[in-house]
Design a binder for this molecule. Structure first.
Ligand code: RAM
Length: 361
């Protein structure tokens, strides 16, 4: 059996049996570092070859936090488009809830069992997927996280939407300007375990330590679980429990839309300020009706495209995920891998009534 076939057989076995059994049956497991690619190039070994040919005919599985979130529909469509252009295949699997961590683990195992070449995963939880992702990598599958990361040793690279620090700090700055640097504020987040939101919230808290925010107080972090109804109810609860609330930051497209919907139909419209991360198409009407002044986001389709191109570059051996490696991502240009295997998409855009009509996503 060729090394690739053996690796694939072991991958399938590992996904359906206990890890110990698979390990024994596969002679203790094959390290990704000693797997040679059938095409002859040392695609999975420790050294990147930036001039290696881009492989075609690969299958890349996308596993978003939740399949019914329009943000991920846009992101994954970007991934699909890029893979089609590159002559590879796209597939998407995933749970319908952003808090079904065990469901997400099962989908990692499913993709491993299906012997995909690479997977792009937006993690619902930083640690829960690790064992399954490591098993996938052990079997030669390239693992890219996008949007929401796992631990650095549980994937080959993380495609980040923007600098997490800049996102966290600018959301506080945006709200501070809107409330005149004064008053009680709250955060309406997604799932309590979401790696991306929690990282941004840590930077928000750090930003708030600056003396210029001394008259602002974070009174509560609520979780709407990226579910429209729960986010709507959490917004309602925040305002009932905190009648002096001056503003809300919602760093989730589902949360900010639901909060805007609630505020827009309430006596708080235009009085309690709302900012965070939303899509221009979701937020347009709330900007136009005076509920929301300004918010930010990146283009989700570009994030998905970069995740797909990173997966193909990894599978082609052009990069391994080490800091300093560079690769060409088609018309998106050249990207350099940063510390801990992080690749930044770029800078987010701030949307307000002046520019919102220029965007359609
Ligand atoms: C939601 C998800 C996603 C996040 C965006 C901003 O759609 O929580 O992970 O990146 O919002």
């Amino acid at each position: 059996m060729s090394s690739t076939k053996l690796r694939r057989a072991c991958a399938a076995l590992a996904a359906v049996t206990s890890l110990a059994l698979a390990g024994t049956a596969c002679g203790g497991g094959t390290s990704k570092d000693d797997v040679k690619d059938e095409g002859g190039s040392n695609a999975t070994a420790g050294k990147a070859d930036p001039n290696a040919a881009t492989k075609k005919g690969l299958t890349v599985g996308f596993l978003p936090k939740a399949v019914n979130n329009p943000y991920f529909t846009s992101a994954d469509k970007g991934g699909e488009k890029a893979l089609t252009e590159l002559g590879s295949k796209y597939k998407e699997v995933g749970t319908s809830s952003a808090t079904d961590t065990s469901g997400q683990v099962s989908y990692v195992n499913t993709l491993t069992q299906q012997q995909v070449d690479a997977m792009a995963v937006s993690a619902q939880d930083p640690g829960a997927l690790c064992t399954a992702l490591k098993q996938a990598m052990k079997n030669g599958i390239k693992v890219v996280t996008y949007d929401s990361d796992t631990k650095a040793d549980c994937r080959n690279a993380f495609v980040s939407q923007a600098s997490a620090e800049a996102l966290g700090r600018t959301e506080v700055q945006l709200l501070a300007e809107q409330i005149g640097y004064k008053g009680e504020i709250a955060i309406l987040s997604a799932a309590q375990t979401a790696t991306n939101q929690n990282t941004w919230i840590d930077f928000m808290k750090d930003e708030l330590k600056d003396p210029k925010y001394k008259d602002m107080k974070l009174v509560k972090v609520a979780y709407g679980n990226d579910d429209a109804q729960q986010s709507f109810q959490q917004t309602q609860g925040l305002l009932q429990e905190n009648p002096k609330l001056a503003g809300i930051i919602s760093p989730t497209t589902v949360g900010i839309k639901a909060a805007a919907q609630y505020l827009s139909g309430s006596k708080y419209k235009g009085k309690v300020k709302l900012t965070g991360l939303g899509t221009p198409n979701d937020m347009r009407k709330y900007v136009k009706n005076g509920t929301v002044e300004a918010f930010e986001l990146w283009d989700p389709a570009k994030l998905g495209e970069l995740a797909a191109r990173t997966a193909v570059a990894l599978s082609s051996g052009q990069i391994t995920g080490k800091e300093g490696e560079t690769f060409k991502a088609g018309a998106m240009g050249t990207f350099t891998i940063g510390k801990d295997g992080v690749i930044d998409l770029g800078k987010p855009t701030v949307f307000d009534k002046k520019n919102i009509d220029q965007f359609d996503f």
